[in-house]
Ligand binder design. Structure first.
Ligand SMILES: [Zn+2]
Ligand SMILES: [Zn+2]
Length: 315
């Protein structure tokens, strides 16, 4: 696969133009936060929430109409995991935390793959996630079960209109790529093309199982990290938030279940800190590094990783 080096410098004129465009397009974090109000179910009652519920209803209606089939389940689960890699390896470990490097072409492919999950634009996703790490479980966290309950942390914050804007000021490192700004702004093109492509390739069967059923599952799999992983599980590290580690969530999310590890050291590409902590996303990224598609994979230093154990021994 062809990879291009990421541009490291920009000409002064393009810097000025980009800064101007950012000013025009991007509200400051403070402005977005000032839109805050009561974080309740009532705040999610708006027309923009309709597609979320519609996807669930069409998935259920489609299964009833087409009848249950194992080949349908295999298609839904297969596309769930392929796209889950886009969410975890793309949205999360690359765009939110920059835990590895790649070229500009593969960066774009990762963004598109992530966005087939229909979780809005890549810059929107990553910028809000950066705020989650800065403000985790404080009143200013965009999705905190501790502060606002399970529903809000799981999906309420997305369905409300409060966080519709992309916080460009949180993500200047990726907002400098015009192709990412473009697909971020027109994010719906990606899942729509994915759905139409499935229909053309395999008719209603592919559309219902591969898009509607698979996407509904993928949403809840992803959102469980914001809700369940701040609720159930074990805590290895005394982080300032309520993040937990969970083996079963790690299986469902290709390794994101080691959420307490992740909040403790978000710069690490691997979220499973020990060999027994299964982290499929990390294995795939390692495999991509072997063939030269990605490089500079960041790891947690053993000294920092084992700190809790040292303290335990000393006690
Ligand atoms: Zn978290
Ligand atoms: Zn994170």
């Amino acid at each position: 696969m062809t990879t291009l080096p990421a541009p490291t410098t920009l000409a002064p004129t393009s810097e000025v133009l980009l800064e101007k465009r950012r000013e025009l397009e991007s509200p400051k974090v403070e402005e977005t936060k000032s839109k805050d109000g009561p974080r309740t179910f009532a705040a999610t009652l708006n027309a923009a929430s309709i597609p979320f519920y519609a996807v669930h209803l069409i998935a259920a209606f489609g299964i009833w109409k087409l009848g249950f089939s194992w080949s349908g389940v295999a298609l839904a689960v297969g596309l769930y995991y392929v796209r889950m890699f886009g969410v975890t390896g793309g949205y999360h470990r690359y765009f939110s935390h920059a835990t590895f490097k790649t070229g500009r072409v593969f960066q774009f492919i990762l963004a598109v793959l992530a966005m087939t999950s229909s979780q809005k634009g890549v810059l929107w996703w990553a910028a809000h996630h950066r705020v989650h790490h800065k403000e985790s479980d404080k009143p200013t966290d965009v999705h905190s079960k501790k502060q606002d309950g399970f529903f809000w942390s799981h999906v309420g914050w997305i369905l409300s209109r409060r966080y519709d804007d992309t916080l460009y000021s949180e993500i200047p490192d990726f907002a400098k790529y015009p192709e990412l700004v473009f697909i971020n702004r027109h994010w719906y093109i990606v899942p729509a093309t994915f759905g139409v492509g499935l229909f053309l390739a395999g008719g209603w069967f592919a559309l219902v199982w591969g898009f509607f059923v698979s996407t509904a599952l993928l949403w809840h799999g992803t959102f469980s990290i914001n809700s369940v992983a701040h609720w159930f599980g074990r805590r290895r590290y005394q982080t300032t938030d309520e993040s937990k580690n969970s083996f079963s969530l790690a299986l469902v999310t290709l390794g994101e279940g080691w959420h307490n590890n992740h909040h403790y050291f978000p710069k690490s590409c691997s979220q499973g800190f020990y060999w027994w902590e299964i982290d499929v996303t990390y294995y795939v990224i390692r495999a991509l590094a072997l063939v030269g598609i990605v490089w500079d994979i960041k790891e947690v230093p053993a000294k920092i990783r084992d700190r809790r154990m040292e303290r335990k021994r000393a006690a």
